[in-house]
Each structure stands twice: as structure tokens, then as C-alpha cells.
Design a binder for this molecule. Structure first.
Ligand SMILES: [Zn+2]
Ligand SMILES: [Zn+2]
Length: 149
């Protein structure tokens, strides 16, 4: 989706594109896009500024970094960008969306923010099972948890 800024009508331009994650080159080892990526873009010129709005929607699947369960969740980003009209004549909206997607990747993917993870002692998923290991190991368990965060 390339736009020549001199061809943007006064009321702006609305564009939409659906790309595979492969075509966008946004795949990462620990993330799988299970739906194609829908990019909706609005672009408008105001004097020397180009206002861009991007809505990016898809769905990803991944392994939780704490409990290692296979999870999926919607991936959605809404971005507003202002560019200087004097800098670029051609604006590649797909390329901007690609950079924003990569930038938005969380460092650690969790099934839920308060995922309890695996017990350091018995290996059980602590979201599903309650074990008494921590009682027995006392502060060591808590110390390992803090390091993990
Ligand atoms: Zn988890
Ligand atoms: Zn345990």
C-alpha cells in the first residue's frame, strides 16, 4: 500500500489490505499468526503534515512463557503517526504497519497477566493445580519467582 502524498485527496484516503504473516515478514519463532493480517489505513494531508492512522488486526498463537501452555489471542494495534510531508513523497503504509507489528511484540507472551506458571519444584501447572511445595521450600520458591519476573 504505497501512497504518493501529492495524490491524497483533500478529505483523505482510506485503504485496506490483507496480508499473510509470511508476506509481511513478521514471523517470529515463538509466535504464529493463525489468521492473515488485516491492515486498515487512513491517510490525510494537513499542510506539511501527513496524518496516518493504522488499524492492524490478526490472531496469534504462542506458548505461555511461564506455564508453557499453548494459547491464542487476538492481536490488535491502533496507531497514529504524523510524518513530515517534506521528507517523503511516497509513503509505504504496509512497511509502516510491519514495523509497528514488530515493535508491538511483547517481550514475554503470557496466557494471562497473572499466570502462576509451573511449580519450580514439582513442575505442575500452578494455574490448574495447587501443590504444597512452596510451603515446604519457603522463601526459596518466592526468590526464584522474583527472578523469573
Ligand atoms: Zn501461562
Ligand atoms: Zn509443586
Amino acid at each position: 500500500m504505497k501512497v504518493n502524498i501529492n495524490e491524497i485527496p483533500p478529505h483523505g484516503l482510506e485503504l485496506e489490505e490483507i496480508d499473510s504473516a509470511k508476506a509481511l515478514d513478521i514471523e517470529r519463532g515463538d509466535i504464529e499468526f493463525i489468521r492473515d493480517v488485516r491492515i486498515k489505513a487512513g491517510i490525510k494531508r494537513e499542510y506539511d503534515s501527513i496524518r496516518i492512522h493504522l488499524d492492524i488486526e490478526s490472531e496469534i498463537s504462542f506458548f505461555c512463557a511461564r506455564c508453557l501452555e499453548d494459547e491464542s489471542m487476538p492481536f490488535s494495534e491502533h496507531i497514529d503517526i504524523i510524518k513530515d510531508a517534506k521528507e517523503e513523497q511516497i509513503i509505504d503504509l504496509t512497511q509502516i504497519a510491519r514495523e509497528e507489528i514488530i515493535f508491538a511484540y511483547p517481550d514475554r507472551l503470557l496466557c494471562k497477566a497473572d499466570c502462576k506458571g509451573l511449580c519450580q519444584h514439582c513442575g505442575r501447572n500452578r494455574n490448574l493445580h495447587t501443590c504444597r511445595c512452596e510451603d515446604n521450600h519457603g522463601s526459596l520458591g518466592i526468590y526464584i519467582d522474583r527472578l523469573d519476573n
